[in-house]
Write a protein that binds this ligand. Structure first.
Ligand SMILES: NC(=O)N[C@H]1NC(=O)NC1=O
Ligand SMILES: [Zn+2]
Length: 443
């Protein structure tokens, strides 16, 4: 009789295509057998009874800022990866900035890899940065395994990570195209945002609404249109991160129809929070692009339902509470939301339960699509031969998120106090249980 390392029995196995009742067998970190409607024969070192639970491929969070090395006091790979595990994520792609030195050359990438291999309890992957100064380093970064490159079209908020100008982005995109890699872009217009922000502040207009109005949707649209024209000129594959509005997605959709190689991400906060939350919660709910109004949130859900969004990622961009306490001048205070632990909770509560978004679509957006788009060939689904990155979810469990539930270094989040339906019970990374019943499993 076959012996396995792990058998998960009697769960509802969710993939991007289907939901089936069955068992999963794991050996040496890999899924070796998936059985639908019948028991797997054999024994295992460990068995998990998943009766009443849904079994999802672990989330792949393609957009986090864990800030290590160099700004570990803001988050760090240990606390960041623990929060992901608690939220059902089994892999992340760390952004090149907020860590210092930023990931803009091989030496800096090596520093981050070394830390991540030591500290992360989920699978780490890395974005390389594209800044005006590092075109000559892109090849080396690519050859050392970065997922792709990330550039800012507007100031990043971080002194050692410059935004690209039109000249450097054109050169960079030509190089990235020749490498066969891809560019992820933070697309907001510097001209529009800087001008509006200066006007607002000169007039002493610094409320939440003023901040939001200084970064309007048209600023995203303008930047997206411009970067698409560069993509068409260079053949560089594009990924637009954190689109905040369906109006931005529409521009990307048009480009897709024309055959441009482009994909788009949105984040749980644009699907669940509004300007009202920014007014009420202060800088805890501040991000760029900013939160929009209720009708935009509904339109963005329609966009998700219509299949216009490729990826949902958290854009977890944490900071200490002291940088998130501003209430009178919304141009001050760190822009970045702590949300990595809550992505699946938002998608289940606001998507599956509130708006009938099928579980299969949630799996596609949070796991299967990022795996396929970014070349993780053995991840993103539950099937024999794939890595045993698995999340067990109780769809019936309701809970109110408490600050002490958060595994972040700084236990604040705009979702504290929110009632969620659907909770992560167990997270398995490469066949090992890393989180169960609310606790990280210590090695
Ligand atoms: N530097 C950084 O993390 N910026 C992020 N924060 C945010 O709200 N949007 C971003 O791009
Ligand atoms: Zn980001």
């Amino acid at each position: 009789m076959t012996t396995f390392d792990l058998i998960i029995r009697n769960g509802k196995i969710v993939t991007a295509d289907s939901i089936v009742s069955g068992d999963i067998a794991v050996k040496e970190g890999k899924i070796v057998e998936v059985s639908a409607d019948k028991a797997i024969e054999g024994t295992a070192v460990k068995e998990i009874n998943a009766e009443g639970l849904h079994i999802l491929p672990g989330l792949i969070d393609s957009h986090v800022h864990f800030n290590e090395p160099g700004r570990t006091e803001w988050e760090g790979l240990e606390t960041g990866s623990r929060s992901l595990a608690a939220g059902g994520a089994t892999s992340f792609f760390d952004m090149p900035l907020n860590s210092t030195p930023p990931t803009i050359n091989k030496a800096n990438l090596d520093l981050k890899k070394e830390r991540a291999e030591e500290k992360s309890i989920v699978n780490p992957y890395y974005w390389g940065g594209l800044v005006p100064e590092n075109i000559a380093d892109l090849k080396d970064l690519h050859e050392n395994g970065v997922i792709g490159f990330k550039a800012f079209m507007s100031p990043s908020g971080i002194a050692d990570f410059n935004n690209v100008d039109d000249e450097s982005i054109f050169k960079g995109m030509k190089e990235i195209a020749s490498l066969g890699s891809l560019l992820a872009v933070h697309a907001e217009s510097t001209v529009i945002c800087d001008q509006l922000a200066a006007e607002k502040q000169e007039q002493g207009k610094t409320t939440a609404r003023d901040f939001v109005e200084s970064r309007p949707i048209i600023s995203e649209i303008e930047a997206v249109r411009r970067i698409i024209s560069y993509a068409e000129a260079t053949g560089c594959k594009l990924h637009i991160v954190h689109a905040s509005s369906r109006k931005v997605v529409a521009v990307i959709n048009d480009a897709k129809q024309r055959g441009v190689d482009i994909t788009v991400e949105t984040c749980p906060h644009y699907l669940s929070l509004t300007v009202k939350d920014l007014e009420e919660k202060g800088a805890i709910a501040k991000c760029a692009p900013p939160l929009r109004d209720e009708d935009e949130v509904e339109d963005l859900w329609a966009s998700v339902a219509a299949g216009e969004i490729n990826v949902i990622a958290s854009d977890h961009s944490p900071a200490p509470a002291s940088m998130k306490t501003i209430t009178d001048n919304y141009f001050e205070g760190w822009g970045g939301i702590s949300g990595a632990q809550s992505t699946l909770n938002i998608m289940l509560t606001e998507g599956y339960f509130k708006r009938n978004l099928p579980l299969e679509k949630i799996v596609a957006l949070t796991s299967t699509n990022p795996a396929e788009l970014f070349g993780l060939e053995t991840k993103g689904t539950i099937a024999a031969g794939f890595d045993a990155d698995i999340t067990l979810v109780d769809l019936n469990e309701e809970f109110v998120l408490k600050a002490e539930d958060l595994k972040y270094r700084h236990k604040h989040s705009p979702y504290v106090g929110k009632t969620f339906k659907g909770n992560v019970k167990t997270t398995i990374v490469n066949g090992e249980v890393v989180f169960t019943n609310g606790e990280i499993v210590e090695k």
